[in-house]
Ligand binder design. Structure first.
Ligand SMILES: *Cc1c(COP(=O)(O)O)cnc(C)c1O
Length: 392
């Protein structure tokens, strides 16, 4: 399958944009590791203070290394602006909370990332904001959930636990008709494979800790959108919550972005290769990967995305936790860890989140989340094969 459509300007953005006149003709952008910026005059100082979002004053606001990173990711997402923040969770909370007040209502997909779920289910309720949770597979569910006070629709497509998709173009149209802001977590697909802003979504958030960082060495997040929305986020939640992106984190993202267009097709190829390999085995019940032809929303996936990333899940036919444990202790190249999006392959049985003695739901006992890294595909297949065969 060849869904990858490398737009011609990708390497221009990743390698050149904003890097034409670097001091001393340096090949890599400098790291501005400073807290404050100086002014030439009272007037210049005064002007900057009146509009912090557009000036360098203090590195809790803007910083040149951070801004270069924002400029590139905004260009990749086809949005006017972007704001880098301390983590993916900070990006989610800034983007959502800047557009909500007491008495408002939100709609959120049921399978959203755990802390996004917590934001809507628990945190916002403390401030009198109610949320309707929807499966999100059909537009009718969103239509039915809208109330006169609905202000935000929160999406994650594909969702990184169920891998289900939402019909983005239809949801965006519906939301626009009702004056509702749409926010999507686009971490899974990356801007290389999906641009929700082109489908009408207002705000696109990422955990940069995943593919944008790409090396499992930073924690960061970003919100992308139009100038008005990003400026509002800057002047409210971002400055107040102090979700400061560390300049060194921004510098590492800039470095790692240079290979995004090379890394993503390999994650895609390896994930698809492993998904097909697992699907063909008789001890596997099903595989959840949106770009696999057997996936229930495959057609929608092909319509909305240009490719897929490395994360997917599969369920074994067995419901014997001891077998799952034995397999987990048998894999060698797959590391046992949370998160994903780095160069390395990962193996994470979802049963792990249940406490000792707690009843694990039947559909979770043998559900395993896998991240396909950048290793040799045959090596990964052999590793999984050996581990799965060990409990036959
Ligand atoms: C990891 C993750 C987040 C949270 O990002 P952090 O950088 O860890 O705060 C949000 N959404 C998705 C889909 C994620 O995988």
């Amino acid at each position: 399958m060849d869904l990858i459509n490398n737009q011609p300007n990708i390497t221009d953005i990743l390698h050149h944009m904003g890097e034409y006149n670097l001091p001393g003709h340096a090949v890599a952008p400098p790291l501005f590791q400073n807290s404050i910026f100086c002014f030439d005059s009272y007037e210049a100082f005064h002007e900057a203070l009146a509009n912090e979002a557009e000036h360098y004053i203090y590195s809790r606001g803007n910083n040149p290394t951070v801004n270069l990173c924002e400029e590139k990711i905004a260009a990749l997402e086809h949005t006017e602006k972007a704001k880098l923040v301390a983590s993916g969770v900070a990006a989610i909370s800034c983007a959502v909370m800047a557009f909500m007040k007491q008495g408002d209502h939100a709609i959120c997909i049921r399978s959203a990332y755990s802390w996004a779920n917590y934001l809507f289910r628990t945190y916002l309720r403390r401030f009198g904001i109610e949320t309707t949770f929807v499966e999100g597979n059909t537009i009718e569910e969103f239509e039915q959930a809208i109330q006169p006070n609905t202000k935000v629709i929160y999406l994650e497509s594909p969702a990184t636990f169920t891998f289900t998709l939402q019909p983005l173009e239809d949801v965006a149209k519906l939301a626009k008709k009702h004056g509702i802001k749409t926010v999507i977590d686009n971490t899974w697909a990356t801007p290389l494979f999906q641009n929700p802003a082109d489908l009408g979504i207002d705000l696109v958030v990422h955990s940069a800790s995943k593919y944008l960082g790409g090396n499992s060495d930073i924690v960061g997040g970003i919100v992308c959108g139009n100038k008005e929305d990003i400026t509002r986020i800057f002047n409210t939640e971002f400055m107040m919550q102090g979700q400061v992106p560390d300049p060194f984190m921004a510098w590492l993202i800039l470095r790692n972005l240079r290979t995004l267009h090379l890394r993503m097709p390999v994650h895609f190829r390896n994930a698809l290769g492993l998904a097909e390999f697992l699907e063909a085995r008789d001890d596997v019940e099903n595989v959840n990967y949106p770009l696999l032809p057997s996936f229930p929303q495959y057609e929608l996936a092909k319509k909305q995305m240009r490719g897929g990333s490395g994360l997917f899940s599969f369920r074994l036919k067995t419901r014997d936790l001891n077998k799952v444990i034995a397999i987990t202790n048998h894999v060698r190249y797959f590391k046992l860890a949370v998160s994903w999006g780095g160069y390395e392959s990962l193996f994470e049985p979802t049963a792990l989140v249940f406490k000792e003695g707690e009843q694990i739901p039947d559909d979770r006992v043998s559900l395993i989340r896998v991240h396909a890294g950048l290793e040799d595909l045959d090596l990964l297949k052999e590793d999984l094969s050996r581990a799965l065969d060990s409990v036959r």
